[in-house]
Write a protein that binds this ligand. Structure first.
Ligand SMILES: O=P(O)(O)OC[C@H]1O[C@](O)(COP(=O)(O)O)[C@@H](O)[C@@H]1O
Ligand SMILES: [Mg+2]
Ligand SMILES: [Mg+2]
Length: 338
């Protein structure tokens, strides 16, 4: 098999399509390098003393794990000096991190969920890193949080790394989705799948069923019809999977299809959902769309949502096109309140 490295892939994309500027290519390579360092820490587990809680809370009031903090630091440290970024934002930081004056300033903004699936860290189940890249628009000096408030359709690149039985990097620069597997012996990312396509139909759904009694009627109806299997209106049996690491659930969907949902629920009616728009939903929605799937908040395309806050939350329905469409149609038919 001819081995194509991440560098080679990006250079070829640049040559063929001309839409990956040098700074963006560098940025992606640096993020991939940071993910490699995080993978090494994840791999060491208890031997590296990286498991367990850090005893602090993030801006959303969630208890931080040691790996949440380590991964955040690795991403900042590897990215801030390269000259490709103006600023970064993270799930684990209250506000944006502007690249210090001692380093050259770049034109991109990087957002990340440094460690996704925190509840799975200590139980040796797949976790990951999610990232989104925006271009700093406008030519004003300096950078502010408002510069980040761009809808997901403006992302220049997005990706995630999954730390599972294999460490994989999944990437889109707006021209399809490519998957790379980390060769631990050589330390390089090797292209293992290009032109990833999500099947349009599926018999597999992913949702945290323990929240069922709190869901809105359209979500209840959709899942109820799936559960009725071949005796119900769908006329086929469904299977369920829920890893509780979005990266792992989305990775399965990219590989063999499926629908993923983390919907609004009535426990906290003012909160649109659990997942964060800018560094979880947007990058995943970009990847899913680039692989032929669909991603909505139940009503509108996630990539069209105009963000108002860095840590804004959103309801998420993504994956195989025909199923996401079905859930979205049920919401639209139910009217504005549901
Ligand atoms: O524990 P729950 O409610 O099933 O939530 C699981 C979801 O929460 C998350 O773990 C949130 O991500 P973080 O670990 O980055 O906070 C998602 O990855 C996952 O889909
Ligand atoms: Mg997350
Ligand atoms: Mg996280």
């Amino acid at each position: 098999m001819k081995r194509i490295s991440l560098t080679q892939y990006l250079v070829e994309q640049q040559r063929e399509h001309g839409h990956i500027p040098g700074q963006l290519r560098l940025l992606i390579e640096v993020v991939a390098r940071a993910c490699k360092r995080i993978a090494i820490a994840v791999n060491k587990g208890a031997l590296g003393e990286v498991l367990g809680s850090a005893g602090s809370e993030n801006v959303q009031g969630e208890v931080q794990k040691k790996l949440d903090i380590i991964s955040n630091e690795v991403l900042i440290e590897t990215n801030e000096w390269g000259g490709h970024l103006a600023a970064m934002a993270s799930e684990e930081m209250d506000s944006i991190h502007v690249v210090p004056n001692r380093y050259p300033q770049g034109e991109y903004l990087l957002l990340f969920d440094p460690l996704d699936g925190s509840s799975n860290i200590d139980v040796n189940v797949s976790i990951g890193t999610i990232f989104s890249v925006l271009r700093k628009v406008g030519h004003t000096r300096g950078v502010s949080e408002e510069d980040f408030h761009q809808p997901g359709k403006h992302q220049a690149a997005a990706g995630y790394c999954v730390y599972g039985p294999q460490t994989m990097l999944v990437l889109t620069v707006g021209d399809g989705v490519a998957m790379f597997t980390l060769d631990r012996e050589t330390g390089s990312w090797v292209l293992t799948q290009d032109g990833v396509q999500i099947p349009e139909d599926t018999k597999e759904f992913a949702i945290n069923m323990s929240n069922m009694r709190h869901w809105a009627p359209p979500v209840k109806q959709y899942i109820d019809e799936c559960l009725q299997g071949r005796d119900g209106p769908r006329g086929k049996d469904f299977n369920m999977r829920w890893v509780a690491s979005m990266v792992a659930d989305v990775h399965r969907i990219l590989t063999r299809g499926g629908i993923f949902m983390y919907p609004w629920d009535q426990r906290e009616p003012d909160k649109p959902g659990k997942l964060r728009l800018m560094y979880e939903a947007n990058p995943m929605a970009f990847i899913v769309e680039q692989a032929g799937g669909m991603a909505t908040n139940g009503r509108e395309r996630i990539l069209d949502i105009q963000p108002e806050k860095l840590h804004q939350r959103v309801s998420v329905v993504l994956g195989s096109k025909n199923e996401v469409k079905r859930v979205t149609d049920l919401h639209l038919a139910a009217g504005p309140a549901a």
